[in-house]
Design a protein around this ligand. Structure first.
Ligand SMILES: Cc1cc2nc3c(=O)[nH]c(=O)nc-3n(C[C@H](O)[C@H](O)[C@H](O)COP(=O)(O)O)c2cc1C
Length: 451
């Protein structure tokens, strides 16, 4: 492990020299043409290999419908040119919402989801031509330990975890009956996802939320959902199997944290939780593929505990410590893990994560990853908040505008953690820098109160 450093690279040789010094292998090539190779998923042909990653905006109406601000975010993505747009975490039940403004899909607001799907498709075709096909995935979730349906914690978990919870009374352990009912809910909402016109549904299994937590529920005793590998993967695999049986044209997708990086987590080595062991995640993916899961998005880490694992940054959240590793170590870990899956399952598309810190060099790294067949799509998270037009600029001029790229400052997460609408404070100033100013003023007022 090396010292954390911010991004300072003016040229590709400087970036590659740093990777050499750190002893990590950073794929890199000058030609970005692999980003513009087509890819077939299900019945669609995607024109390029760039994907918008799911990014919660905390801006839905209280009934879970996309608001005008939600529409604005997705319009920007549609016009930006990523051929796959992975819609953000959308709750299947009220009590599992991460906040009162998380998207939630139910029969009463189905029409509002239909509208956003239609608008995104129409806009993408208006900009990129009538033959252009944008692939839309909706991510379904229950926020589990991190639920805040009314703006304060309502921690519902697979099991008490002394590393994550203040005490046993801090959390409510969901019973097997409740989990059975929740499975039904996932299946019901997945049928709505199909009716709304999405191409795929993602059963979110990442970042410490409920379905991800269940994968590591080794201490959940006497339950059909705990202890053994078969039991721990039961919730996810049965949901996927049931959704397959209840839908017809919908592709099945899973965003998976392949390595939690915390003691007792999924994909961690028994000897040292800082190291990954992909034996169980690999077997899980194998089973999911058997249930017709045809798209995966690989991520790692629990952002509440170790945000640097899944989203390497220059600046941590205010007051949080800097990680004891260089962001390039984090990025190359993500690349290695994704590559291991793509190599094991060469016919299944895997979306790679963690490119935003690379700024205007992400296309070169992404292109090299694709060239080596170490992922099928390059996912862009914070970069999509900051610079949704990046694909369009790449198409027209072959390069990005360095003044528009994400600077991985964590302010989008700060907005979110403080219950505000989330977006890029630095590059989408019209909306989000004003919100951030309010936050700073509130922070100062609170500091003064403490004095
Ligand atoms: C503000 C914010 C919201 C996010 N919301 C989601 C989400 O809804 N679902 C999800 O799977 N990941 C979510 N993520 C994680 C991103 O999809 C992505 O994995 C992460 O930012 C790393 O990719 P990047 O380096 O391109 O930003 C979120 C991240 C941020 C910063």
């Amino acid at each position: 492990m090396s010292r954390h450093e911010p991004f300072t690279f003016q040229s590709a040789p400087e970036l590659l020299q740093k990777a050499d010094e750190l002893g990590v292998e950073l794929p890199f090539q000058d030609s970005v043409s692999p980003l513009f190779e087509s890819l077939v998923i299900g019945s669609k042909t995607l024109a390029n290999r760039l994907a918008v990653q799911p990014m919660e905006g905390f801006d839905a109406d209280t009934d879970g419908s996309p608001s005008e601000l939600t529409f604005r975010r997705y319009r920007r993505y549609a016009e930006g040119g990523c051929s796959l747009i992975w819609f953000e975490a959308t709750s299947v039940v009220t009590e599992g919402r991460s906040n009162p403004h998380q998207l939630m899909l139910h029969p009463r607001n189905l029409d509002s989801f239909k509208r956003i799907v239609e608008e995104i498709r129409r806009l993408a075709q208006k900009v990129f031509g009538s033959a252009y096909e944008v692939f839309l995935v909706l991510q379904l979730t229950h926020s589990g330990r991190y639920s805040q349906p009314e703006g304060k914690p309502l921690r519902q978990v697979a099991g008490f975890n002394p590393n994550l919870d203040r005490g046993p009374k801090d959390v409510r352990i969901l019973s097997d009956d409740e989990l059975d009912r929740l499975q039904d809910k996932y299946v019901e909402v997945a049928t709505l996802v199909e009716q709304a016109g999405f191409d795929a549904v993602d059963i979110k299994a990442c970042h410490g939320y409920l379905v991800n937590e269940l994968l590591a529920a080794r201490t959940r005793e006497g339950s059909r959902y705990g202890e053994t590998f078969e039991n721990r993967i039961r919730f996810l695999s049965e949901v996927v199997e049931k959704v397959r049986d209840r839908t017809s044209g919908l592709c099945l997708a899973v965003r998976l944290s392949a390595f939690d990086g915390i003691p007792g987590g999924f994909g961690v080595s028994g000897e040292n939780h800082e190291n990954f062991d992909l034996a169980e995640p690999n077997e899980l993916v194998r089973r999911l593929v058997q249930f017709n899961c045809s798209l995966f998005n690989i991520t790692i880490g629990n952002p509440y505990e170790k945000p640097h694992l899944g989203r390497p940054f220059d600046r941590p959240l205010q007051g949080a410590p800097f990680p004891e590793e260089h962001p390039l170590e984090g990025i190359t870990r993500l690349l290695r893990i994704t590559s291991a899956f793509q190599k094991e399952f060469p016919d299944v598309p895997f979306v790679g994560t963690g490119y935003s810190w690379l700024r205007h060099f992400f296309p070169n790294v992404g292109a090299a990853v694709l060239q080596r067949r170490e992922a099928s799509l390059i996912g862009l998270g914070r970069s999509s908040f900051a610079y949704p037009d990046a694909p369009k600029d790449l198409m027209s001029s072959g390069a990005l505008d360095p003044s528009k790229v994400c600077i991985s400052c964590s302010r989008c997460t700060e907005l979110m953690r403080n219950g505000h609408e989330s977006g890029c404070v630095m590059k989408d100033k019209e909306i989000y820098s004003k919100l951030y100013q309010k936050l700073s003023i509130k922070g100062k007022e609170n500091e003064e109160k403490h004095d």
